[in-house]
Structures are given as structure tokens and as C-alpha cells.
Write a protein that binds this ligand. Structure first.
Ligand code: GDP
Length: 298
């Protein structure tokens, strides 16, 4: 991911390297090139604009300073500002003081929610937590079976609709799953919810009802990093419709431009909590803005 963005930014830095003195016009050229590279990678326009302005302001100062290597300073400024748009420090997850912690997963169908539920379940279990996956995605015919398979792979229990567990009613399944978790001393409940192919009001209403039934400590918006400009629209719709406390970026192993994912923090204000980097159960990482920025600038 981001190979072409990365190449274009490093090409632009290369042109600066030979220069002993940086003029404002050199800064303008570099910032302009990076700006275009970000736009071509689908980064949202307001985010690009702010980024370019902040880099330019600081880089003018660096260009005028008597510092030995102003070009290196520009690289450093670009790095700092990339880290900034990606969210700076990684935020700790919020856990309940007492009783089970509830994490709810929301997002479009195909974003990678169910796959991520398994990964997160395993990640938490490896940290010593007793995890219950709750199958509140009753929209897709195979979703419950898929979650059961994923749960088995992750080695964590699954609460699925059965007579008495709220057959056909995702809100009831979520509610009864949480009661089951409380009664049986689970530490974390992961609620997988339905995703439609596009954003729709019925989906939002259902997600709101599930949210209100289980009162999650974190609502994680799961976003396919490969969906291009639509990412920003989808993220905004979920932010307004359901609200979320953090973002999970999936399919970061792909080779799409992926820039829209770079703007999700800037557009929604919510931190990126995790990165999913493959189909395997272990392909999960905490998201670190500085690591992502270095990957782009390497
Ligand atoms: P859901 O509809 O949101 O629950 O999405 P799924 O979890 O069913 O995932 C949809 C597809 O994306 C499946 O084929 C997954 O194997 C695949 N997938 C999920 N996460 C990743 C990822 O990080 N990288 C790649 N390459 N594929 C993924």
C-alpha cells in the first residue's frame, strides 16, 4: 500500500537534496508535488489543504534558517505533519472498570468486520482476556456461521442466535449475549453487526438500537482502506448515524492508493486504533501513526 505515494514523495525530496540553500520557491515546488501526490492517492481535499499549509509555513522558516541542511528539515517537517494527520500518539483502548467490556464493530458489508472480530478476539485472548464474540450480523445468510468458524480459529466462544437467544433479532442477540457474558464472567464482548452494501437508514437505525442495548465502551468503525474516495463519505455517514470512538483500517496489505484512509482521522476526528493487514487471524496490528508515516516516507 502507498508505494506510488511513497515514490512520488521521495522523488520530490531527491530534488531538494543537492541544494545548499532552499528558496521559498523550492519549498513551494516540493509542497506542490506532495500535495498532488496526496490528491492522486485519494486523500480528502480539506486534509491535503491543511497539511500543505502547515508544511509550507514551517518549511519557509527552515529554508530561511542558517541550518546546515534545510532539505533534511523539510523531510522532518513532512514526517511530523504526516504523523499529525494520522492521529499522533496511539490511543489506549477503553476497558470497563467492572464487568465485561463491550466493543461493537460497525461498517459496510465486506469491510472485514467478521474477520477482524476473530483477530481482535484472539489478540485479546492472548492478553489473558476471556472473550465472547456475539453474532448480531443476521443480514448476510452466512455471517453467523462465518463468525462461528472465525471464533473457533481464534479459540474464543461465540454467542449466536438460537431459540431463546433472540432468533432473527440482532438487538436481542446483542442484549442476550451481554447478559450471558455478565453471568459467565467474560472480560470482553465483541459485537459483530450487519453491514449493507451501501449506507442506509435502516442499517443505521439497527446499529443505533444495538448500541443503545449494549452501551459499548468502544464503537469501532471498520473501514476497507481500498474503497477510495467513498471511504470519507462512508465514515462521515457512520459518524453522524451511529457515532464511533475509533477506526479499524482493513486491507492495508492491498496495493490500492488507499489515501482516503489516510484522511479518515482528519475528517472524523476519531483515532485509528488497529490496522488489519491480511486475511490471516494474526494479521492485526495496533495502528501507529509514526510507523505508517515512516512507511510512506521510506
Ligand atoms: P464483513 O462483511 O465486514 O464481515 O467482511 P468479512 O470479514 O467477511 O471480509 C470480507 C472479505 O475481505 C473476506 O474475503 C476477508 O477474507 C477479506 N479481508 C478481511 N480483512 C482483510 C485484510 O486485512 N486484508 C485482506 N487482503 N483481506 C481481508
Amino acid at each position: 500500500m502507498y508505494a506510488s505515494l511513497s515514490d512520488r514523495i521521495s522523488d520530490s525530496f531527491k530534488k531538494l537534496r543537492g541544494k545548499g540553500v532552499l528558496r521559498d520557491s523550492d519549498v513551494d515546488q516540493t509542497v506542490g508535488e506532495i500535495r498532488r501526490a496526496l490528491i492522486d492517492a485519494d486523500v480528502a481535499l480539506p486534509v491535503v489543504r491543511e497539511f500543505a499549509q502547515r508544511v509550507r509555513e514551517q518549511a519557509y522558516g527552515a529554508a530561511r534558517s542558517k541550518s546546515l541542511n534545510p532539505a533534511q528539515q523539510v523531510v522532518k517537517i513532512v514526517n511530523q505533519e504526516l504523523v499529525e494527520i494520522l492521529g499522533g500518539e496511539t490511543r489506549e483502548l477503553t476497558f470497563a472498570q467492572r464487568g465485561p467490556t463491550v466493543f461493537m464493530l460497525a461498517g459496510l458489508q465486506g469491510a472485514g468486520k467478521t474477520t477482524f472480530a476473530g483477530k481482535l478476539g484472539k489478540w485479546l485472548a492472548e492478553d489473558g482476556k476471556r472473550v465472547l464474540l456475539v453474532a448480531s450480523d443476521l443480514q448476510r445468510p452466512n455471517a453467523v456461521t462465518q463468525l462461528q468458524i472465525v471464533g473457533e480459529r481464534a479459540g474464543v466462544d461465540v454467542w449466536a442466535p438460537e431459540p431463546g437467544n433472540g432468533v432473527g433479532d440482532p438487538v436481542e442477540v446483542a442484549r442476550s449475549g451481554l447478559s450471558h457474558a455478565i453471568r459467565n464472567g467474560y472480560d470482553v464482548v465483541l459485537v459483530d453487526t450487519a453491514g449493507r452494501l451501501g449506507v442506509d437508514e435502516e442499517l443505521m437505525e439497527q446499529a443505533r438500537q444495538i448500541r443503545d442495548a449494549v452501551n459499548p465502551h468502544e464503537i469501532m468503525f471498520v473501514l476497507d482502506a481500498m474503497i477510495g474516495q467513498d471511504a470519507v463519505h462512508t465514515a462521515t455517514a457512520f459518524k453522524d448515524g451511529v457515532g464511533f470512538t475509533g477506526v479499524v483500517l482493513t486491507k492495508l496489505d492491498g496495493d490500492a492508493r488507499g489515501g482516503a484512509a489516510l484522511s479518515v482521522r482528519g475528517v472524523t476526528g476519531a483515532p485509528i486504533l488497529f490496522a488489519s493487514t491480511g486475511e490471516g487471524i494474526k494479521d492485526i496490528e495496533r495502528f501507529h501513526a509514526d510507523r505508517m508515516a515512516s512507511r510512506i516516507l521510506d
